[in-house]
Design a protein around this ligand. Structure first.
Ligand SMILES: CCCCCCCC/C=C\CCCCCCCC(=O)N[C@@H](CCCCN)C(=O)O
Ligand code: ZN
Ligand code: ZN
Length: 525
């Protein structure tokens, strides 16, 4: 009897100790989250003597000019296959609409490799390191029938459900928003008599959507030949995300300090063909379909917490709502939980792992002919913490069929992590300009899940940032590269004001020359 009591006592003590330990851990986690309330990664904007009001009379003219830019179908289809005629038309459009930029005595405009554009805005002080603003003029092709408004109509429509005016068209977000935002800001700067101390460049590639080897690559070569090094570079990237990250009631600007790698895998099957009335049991299309199905069913492993994206949550935690704040502030405890939540939606899932998308599938020539070969192209965006070899091996293992040939067609590694944080001039400028107009927005470092022309500029600076100063929710994000791409008129106005202030601030908030140079260490400073 005494021994039974003894056992019960021991069980009670162990149970109590376990409860105490759990309570202690949760208490420590809560204290950590509460302490973060005071941590503020926001930066005060440079305020000294900047006049950043653009008069309404100028801003009012912009939506129509923006809409007109979308009417020019500068479509890129494949490397080397882009619409040359439309690109030249687009150049003329820029010349017609931004005459002050093109005729300015301190702006040199160069056409690079026939279709790309490089603007050099001379500064009066040669001792200050220049910076570069980049965008691209080409757009991806359209499936015209799926659009509610024609993709190259540049129609401005009122959405009664949302109560906003939208400008419709391919490129409204990706990336004529960048080109037009920068040009509209620059035009006003010239009109208003601005003459920079600090030199800067504006680069518009013409084939970003098909790798940028004819455009940005040549722009970069031109700059390298002139021994240019940059303080920082700002290119397209993620927009300001509204309602995309669970637990963030405030908008989040995830500034890409790196971007994923890229891998194009070919999955091929050969087999027996013949008359479709006597089909073979083992058919090429069935085998290929099974392989593609399995790639989707068994995704690449989560790399969450092993890459540069972890710091994102340190930046988000102070502004997150409860109980997410507890989770974001204590990844050591809640990583698996957060991983589960993030895996559930397509945008946040892309942050965790290498993604897999079967984008091209080809087989068969006629309905009653069983094909003897077929292939699929699988596009991976590779998480920086996973090696390209591991991605391929995963595909081979998951397909698990010796009759399916899996090979790499094309690949490129993820980009190095650029320095970020309040002490990094480029980062500070981008983040503080954001805070100036939108004090509620949280700027945080992250990984761009897509790819950009920055690959060609990596040798000009180690401070490479990818970000679009436009607010987008899930609905609009899903229109990028598909039908019904559109942008609210208010976003156009806001981005012009953003670039305008960024350029003004860059001229006065100038870093000491030794601050950050190519080759310096990455991560937070
Ligand atoms: C917790 C973090 C949540 C992250 C949420 C991610 C939401 C993603 C939102 C928007 C993505 C926008 C990407 C805009 C840049 C697009 C650039 C682009 O289309 N590039 C092409 C280049 C193709 C080059 C050919 N090899 C691409 O990536 O396909
Ligand atoms: Zn783009
Ligand atoms: Zn794109």
């Amino acid at each position: 009897m005494a021994s039974v009591r003894r056992v019960c006592q021991v069980i009670c003590i162990v149970f109590t100790l376990i409860l105490l330990a759990i309570g202690g851990i949760l208490l420590a986690a809560t204290i950590r989250a509460l302490m973060l309330e005071d941590t503020d990664y926001q930066y005060s904007a440079y305020e000294g003597g900047l006049i950043d009001d653009i008069p309404a009379s100028y801003l009012e003219t912009l939506p129509q000019i923006f809409a007109d830019a979308l009417k020019i179908p500068t479509v890129s289809k494949e490397p080397g296959d882009y619409d040359r005629e439309q690109l030249l038309k687009f150049h003329q459009f820029l010349r017609d609409n931004f005459p002050n930029v093109f005729n300015s005595s301190f702006i040199k405009v160069e056409v690079i490799n026939t279709y790309s554009l490089l603007f050099t805005i001379m500064g009066s002080d040669e001792n200050v390191q220049p910076y570069l603003l980049a965008s691209h003029m080409d757009v991806v092709p359209v499936d015209e029938n799926k659009w509610s408004n024609p993709p190259f109509s540049g129609r401005i429509m009122h959405d009664p459900d949302i109560g906003e005016l939208y400008i419709w068209g391919r490129g409204a977000i990706d990336d004529k928003s960048g080109v037009m935002g920068i040009m509209m800001a620059l035009e006003y700067l010239v009109i208003s008599g601005f003459q920079p101390k600090r030199k800067f460049y504006v680069a518009f590639g013409h084939d970003e959507e098909v790798n940028g080897y004819d455009g940005a690559y040549h722009i970069s070569k031109t700059l390298l030949a002139r021994n240019v090094t940059l303080d920082f570079l700002l290119d397209e990237g993620m927009p300001i995300l509204e309602g995309v990250i669970k637990g963030m009631d405030v908008p989040v600007a995830v500034i890409g300090v790196t971007e994923k790698g890229w891998m194009r895998v070919k999955v091929e099957v050969e087999g027996e063909g013949g008359h479709s009335s006597i089909p073979p049991k083992d058919q090429v299309v069935t085998r290929l379909s099974k392989a593609i199905y399995n790639l989707g069913r068994y995704p690449q492993p989560s790399m969450f917490g092993t890459g540069p994206e972890s710091d994102l949550f340190n930046y988000l935690a102070p502004k997150a709502s409860w109980p997410y704040k507890l989770v974001f502030a204590n990844l050591w405890l809640f990583r698996p939980l957060l991983e589960m939540v993030m895996s559930a939606s397509r945008e946040t899932n892309a942050f965790l792992r290498t993604t897999t998308a079967a984008t091209i599938v080809r087989a068969g020539v006629k309905e009653n002919v069983v094909p003897t070969s077929g292939y699929a192209i699988v596009n991976h965006r590779v998480h920086p913490a996973q090696s390209l070899e591991d991605v391929l091996q995963h595909d081979i293992d998951i397909i698990g069929d010796a009759k399916v040939k899996v090979s790499v067609d094309q690949q490129r590694a993820a980009h190095p992590v650029s320095p970020y944080g309040p002490k990094v001039p480029g980062w500070r400028l981008i983040a503080s300009t954001l805070q100036h107009f939108f004090p509620k927005v949280v700027a945080a470092p992250g990984m761009l899940v897509a790819n950009t022309d920055t690959i060609h500029y990596l040798n000009l600076t180690s401070c490479v940032y990818r970000f679009m100063p436009i607010f987008l929710d899930n609905t609009l994000i899903y229109t990028i590269h598909t039908h019904n791409e559109r942008l609210p008129v208010s976003a156009v106005i806001n981005e012009v004001r953003y670039y305008h202030r960024l350029i003004l601030s860059a001229d006065v908030d100038v870093p000491p020359i030794e601050d950050i140079r190519p080759g310096h260490r990455s991560g937070e400073l």
